[in-house]
Design a protein around this ligand. Structure first.
Ligand code: PRP
Ligand code: MG
Length: 212
């Protein structure tokens, strides 16, 4: 029997809500926490638990058919991948922030500055549009520490509650984009699996309506 292959975040902020929405769709997943692959008992679906940043490439390659992923990750790494549904959870911003003590006037203040980030494409596109040239330092996590240790003058990262910025004495000065979890679709999905996607979307839409 053909199954639709869905990628969800292995760990991190989307993981729980992603499993929850599948559950609310009536899809039970046999879930050994340490397993990287699981199947549903009552829907033709296989679940792959993957690292967030790897998911766009898996979709592109058609190794998975669909994924629940942050829109911000698609904007950074998968502009070619289409979105079937916005899912309404894991809302966040991707923002530029500077030390609280800095007197900030405009985006031109970033000219010639060092910015630490895990979102180089997003920052580059944003600054290019504004005509600002800065130097990027790409790091994969704990980005907000960079100004405190002298690695950068500013950072660009996800802001959700704002508590990480606050704890690191930073202030948000530019919101580059807002994001939420989305259902993304591989460009290589087969017709047969597209039919399964339709069934899933039908359920998701009624779950989202009920949540309103
Ligand atoms: C994420 C993100 C921000 C923070 C934002 O980091 O990179 O640092 O959460 O959330 P907040 O505004 O609610 O504080 P995460 O904790 O996932 O760790 P990482 O950056 O080391 O991956
Ligand atoms: Mg972080």
């Amino acid at each position: 029997m053909t199954k639709i292959r869905i990628a969800i975040q292995k760990s991190g902020r989307l993981n729980e809500d992603s499993l929850q929405i599948l559950k609310d769709c009536g899809i039970s997943i046999d879930n050994g926490k340490d397993q990287l692959k699981a199947s549903s008992r009552n829907f033709p679906m296989e679940v792959f638990y993957l690292r967030n940043g790897d998911i766009p490439q898996y979709l592109r390659d058609g190794v998975v058919d669909i994924a629940i992923i942050g829109e911000n990750v698609l904007i950074e790494k998968g502009e070619d991948i289409s979105i079937a549904e916005k899912l309404g959870f894991s809302k966040c911003k991707v923002s530029l922030a500077v030390p609280k003590s800095v007197k900030y006037k405009s985006v031109h203040d970033f000219e010639g500055k060092r910015i630490a980030t895990s979102y180089p494409n997003t920052v580059n596109n944003y600054l290019r549009e504004k005509g600002v040239k800065a130097e990027l330092h790409i790091i994969n996590g704990s980005v907000e520490i960079a100004p405190n240790i002298g690695l950068a003058d500013a950072i660009c990262d996800i802001v959700s509650s704002g508590s990480t910025l606050f704890k690191n004495n930073l202030k948000e000065v530019e919101v580059m984009l807002t994001s939420e979890a989305v259902l993304a679709v591989s460009p290589k999905i087969s017709e047969e699996r597209k039919a399964l996607l339709k069934r899933l979307q039908f359920r998701i839409q009624s779950v989202l309506r009920a949540r309103k």
